[in-house]
Design a protein around this ligand. Structure first.
Ligand SMILES: [Zn+2]
Length: 262
């Protein structure tokens, strides 16, 4: 079995058929899915979806760095309320994205600090997003890391120095179908074998980042493609697919205190 630790099922692209998407994922061995909360509204929606599929769907509560300017005190209060539900297992996604700069850097940093503080208060792990924001991201995370029960740098696409630094900060590393991209994924492919077994997590980031090795190429990425990504990871690491499935599942269940799928 597999656990997709990052799927944006609360997004517009899944509004009409998310229950079917979840069923198809389960049919492909993806037994549990963590739905990413990227805004107050998405975090509320994700929690509502998880409530309907106990033991299968879980969710996070957070504001993506793109929306950092919306991270008001009221928004943080709502994120805190959403995070009270037992199926909401992490704060995030939060972090820094200097690639597209949809929010100014100072707003991104303030929202990142505020959500790390919330996670520390609630004793929840954090689901982190970092794009082109190393080393500033690591500096801020390092301040809070001792107070956090766990952290995953989701969709890691950085350089070796960043990877080593995140591992030193005792972070888990989330690998997506980016690793299947023969052009921009080649640097990541080299680093995938350097992630220790006990730090590896796998995710689709659906509907984004459709693995380029899927033929024919689907219109949107789906959690059911996770085994395809795991196969590529296993090949790069020189491990069996069963091994990658087992360690990544154990890691996700331990980090997010998820029950074993029944
Ligand atoms: Zn992200």
């Amino acid at each position: 079995m597999y656990i997709d630790i990052g799927a944006n099922l609360a997004g517009r692209q899944f509004r009409h058929d998310w229950p079917k998407v979840v069923q198809q994922a389960q049919d492909h061995g993806v037994a549990q899915i963590l739905i990413t909360g990227t805004s107050v509204e998405a975090s509320q929606a994700a929690s509502g979806m998880a409530l309907k599929h106990p033991g299968v769907l879980f969710s996070t509560s957070g504001i993506h760095p793109h929306g950092a300017k919306d991270c008001s005190p009221q928004a943080l209060n709502t994120l805190r309320e959403v995070a009270q539900a037992p199926h909401v297992v992490a704060i995030g996604e939060c972090g820094l994205d200097f690639n597209r700069m949809f929010s100014p850097q100072k707003d991104q940093e303030a929202a990142f600090h505020a959500q790390l503080e919330l996670a520390a208060e609630l004793k929840l792990p954090v689901f982190l997003h970092e794009r082109d924001a190393y080393p500033r991201f690591a500096e801020i995370l390092a301040e809070w890391r001792p107070e956090l029960p766990g952290a995953v740098v989701h969709c890691f696409t950085g350089e070796r120095e960043a990877l080593q630094h995140y591992l030193e900060l005792d972070c888990h590393i989330g690998i997506t179908g980016w690793v299947c991209d023969e052009r921009r994924g080649s640097g990541l492919a080299e680093l995938v074998p350097e992630i220790p077994d006990e730090r590896l997590l796998i995710e689709t980031d659906a509907p984004w980042l459709t693995p380029r090795t899927l033929k024919p190429r689907p219109k949107r990425n789906l959690p059911e493609f996770l085994p395809h990504i795991a196969e590529r990871i296993a090949e790069l690491r020189g491990q069996s697919l069963a091994h990658v499935a087992r360690v990544s599942t154990q890691n996700a269940q331990a980090l997010f205190s998820m029950p074993t799928a029944g």
